[in-house]
Design a protein around this ligand. Structure first.
Ligand SMILES: C[S@@+](CC[C@H](N)C(=O)[O-])C[C@H]1O[C@@H](n2cnc3c(N)ncnc32)[C@H](O)[C@@H]1O
Length: 222
């Protein structure tokens, strides 16, 4: 039987899924773990939380987040548009005996009920989707968060150094990735505000190119 998956015009990585983990390890010069730790440092997680990782890829961050939960009380899901990324994530979880709900899914139409999660996280994901999909994806992340729930976005942002500018804008024009443009223009907070989030804060800026943002879904919708 053939599986039918939701289709996205986002830049999914199904074709290079096998290459993703080795490539990230090499391109980050062994700093991946540190980047994941920095991401989680901005998340005040309780062991009973329900967490969603959007565009989770091969699940590296999802697996680390799962370690912070009490498996009997909390839960974590990871979704990605690329079935082969999800297949790798599931294998990694099985190897660690981690109870994680990895699903093929698309950020612009999340298959979760309203108000399901305490935290929604997305790491290096938004620069894979165009402006229209960013609007929808942030609206969906807002929808599935509980009132008072938190968003963490770790992604490419307006560059602040010459190497950051060269790297970012060459990605945009030489690698022909127009989805990068909103990020490079520093527009991520605008998407969050438009989706309804408040207390949008840039917590940290790394390597002159990547920022960590947190935002909250208000307790009472405005
Ligand atoms: C650079 S990877 C980041 C993966 C992971 N979050 C990490 O930090 O390693 C971006 C991921 O977004 C996924 N993606 C692209 N468009 C998507 C969409 N519309 N919905 C869900 N995932 C999508 C890709 O398949 C890819 O796995």
């Amino acid at each position: 039987m053939t599986d039918h998956y939701p289709v996205t015009r986002g830049r999914h990585l199904n074709h290079v899924a096998w290459l993703y983990d080795p490539l990230v390890e090499r391109l980050s010069f062994g700093r991946e773990r540190k980047f994941r730790e920095k991401t989680m440092a901005w998340m005040d997680i309780s062991p009973t939380d329900r967490i969603l990782d959007v565009g989770c890829g091969t699940g590296s961050l999802t697996l680390l987040l799962a370690e912070r939960l009490n498996p009997a009380a909390g839960m974590i899901s990871g979704i990605d548009a690329a079935p082969r990324m999800i297949a790798i994530a599931r294998k990694k979880a099985a190897k660690k005996r981690a109870d994680i709900d990895f699903q093929v899914g698309i950020a612009e139409s999340l298959a979760f009920a309203d108000q399901s999660f305490n935290w929604v996280v997305n790491s290096m994901f938004t620069h894979h989707i165009d402006t229209g999909l960013k609007e929808k994806a942030f609206a969906e992340m807002y929808r599935v968060l509980k009132p008072g729930g938190m968003l963490l976005t770790a992604d490419i942002d307006r560059p602040t150094t010459l190497p950051g500018r060269l790297l970012g804008w060459s990605g945009r024009y030489l690698l022909l990735q127009p989805e990068l443009e909103d990020n490079l223009r520093g527009l991520l907070p605008d998407f969050m505000h438009r989706a309804g989030f408040w207390q949008v804060e840039k917590k940290e800026h790394l390597y002159g190119l990547v920022s960590f943002f947190t935002a909250q879904k208000p307790e009472v919708e405005r």
